[in-house]
Design a protein around this ligand. Structure first.
Ligand SMILES: Nc1ncnc2c1ncn2[C@@H]1O[C@H](COP(=O)(O)OP(=O)(O)OP(=O)(O)O)[C@@H](O)[C@H]1O
Ligand SMILES: CC(=O)N[C@H]1[C@@H]2OC[C@@H](O2)[C@@H](O)[C@@H]1O[C@H](C)C(=O)O
Length: 354
């Protein structure tokens, strides 16, 4: 493999809507892919942006087209400021995930907004974006896409689990990388905690004081998605149409909803892995900070749970989208059919230069 060092920004807006993750990285490929996080920051969304992105699901036509452009301009300006404030001179490209509004691969569509041409025009830097559409067009789920990074950068772990808005997992099976979304996590818990005027349930403190409602737990655990065959992925549609209506029927106190949901998450994750003390699972995403959730997960599995340093917990997804950009820039495959179910491995993303 020829060594090509590239400096890049990986940019991710996750489903929990906590903010925009930006990582300035050096990526090398020699005998293997290697990375260094040179600088990383999460820029919290102000209440207006949070509401506009949350509301994106409920608008369409001209309003959604405008939101796509406005958000592209927001990303361009935010990234330009980051580049200037950090005196970044070496920068080969920006790889930006955008923000997911719809995700319905079984009906052949997924939408990430944050128009690439605006980012490219405002920053003057080559911009690579729209990583999911081609995979859906090839019959794939278009998600999760991070598993190629698990294979190339984190292969020492038997499992890579991310606890973000949703949880997803990747692992090797029969010499192939497989992966799938498991269940919703912070997107649901944040929603209920917001009614207490809190952003999230810090360390799972509120959940830890609640009681499990076993009828709700059983109803959640019986959802057909959990027994669907892989590949499979989840979107906000599943929350609005399935999860919220079920939970809301029960009229529970917030602490009991959280307690029950934590149990649901821990049980669903444990079902997907071997309970084997010789296996190691890397845990990233904001949920890795939820001490109570991790404690409950330990209750259901003997697999060793590894919580890495904060920069990996917080920026692994931004890092891997930069790797997807790196591979696209080299015209190499960055989406695996074994993960998404697409008809072939392929090199996804659109490159904007000006
Ligand atoms: N100390 C903590 N205790 C409990 N939960 C936490 C803590 N810190 C962060 N979180 C949760 O993690 C969330 C952010 O996680 P993350 O940034 O991984 O999500 P995301 O990138 O939006 O998700 P994804 O892209 O996987 O959908 C917060 O909204 C919060 O719910
Ligand atoms: C459509 C979409 O944006 N999916 C996200 C979401 O957030 C978590 C989970 O659902 C995962 O499938 C995916 O993101 C990660 C970064 C991925 O593609 O690997």
């Amino acid at each position: 493999m020829k060594n090509k060092t590239k400096y890049c920004l990986g940019v991710m807006s996750g489903t929990s809507l906590d903010g925009l993750d930006i990582a300035y990285l050096k990526i090398d490929s020699q005998t293997s892919y290697q990375f260094e996080i040179l600088k990383a920051v999460t820029i919290p969304y102000n209440p207006d942006w949070k509401n506009m992105l949350k509301n994106g699901f409920h608008i369409s036509g001209e309003a959604l087209t405008k939101l796509d452009a406005d958000y592209g301009i927001y990303l361009g300006n935010t990234l330009k400021k980051f580049i200037t404030e950090n005196n970044i001179e070496n920068l080969d490209f920006i790889a930006s995930h955008g923000h997911t509004i719809y995700h319905n691969p079984s009906d052949n569509y997924t939408l990430q907004i944050g128009n690439g041409p605006y980012i490219n025009t405002i920053t003057g830097i080559k911009t690579i974006c729209d990583f999911r559409t081609q995979d859906v067009a090839l019959g794939g789920q278009g998600a999760p896409l991070v598993p190629i990074g698990d294979a190339l950068l984190f292969s020492e772990y038997d499992y890579c689990l991310n606890l973000g808005g949703f949880s997803n997992i990747s692992m090797n099976k029969n010499n192939q990388r497989i992966a799938f979304d498991i269940c919703p996590v912070n997107i649901v818990m944040n929603h209920y905690v917001n009614s207490l005027d809190l952003e999230y349930d810090e360390n799972g403190e509120i959940a830890s004081k609640g009681n499990i409602d076993t009828t709700l737990l059983n109803e959640l655990n019986s959802l057909p998605f959990y027994n669907d065959s892989k590949p499979k992925s989840l979107g906000y549609e599943f929350i609005l149409e399935t999860i919220f209506p079920i939970i809301n029927k029960y009229n529970l106190e917030i602490k009991d909803i959280l307690r029950t949901f934590v149990e649901h998450i821990a049980q669903q994750i444990a079902k997907k892995i071997a309970s084997d003390s010789s296996k190691r699972m890397l845990i990233t995403g904001g949920g890795a900070f939820n001490i109570f959730l991790i404690e409950r997960l330990k209750e259901f599995t003997k697999t060793e749970l590894i919580i890495p340093e904060n920069s990996i917990i917080d920026y692994k997804e931004a890092l891997v989208f930069a790797l997807l950009g790196y591979l696209k820039d080299e015209e190499k495959n960055n989406c695996l059919k074994s993960v998404t179910g697409a008809s072939k491995d392929h090199s996804s993303g659109i490159i904007y230069t000006s």
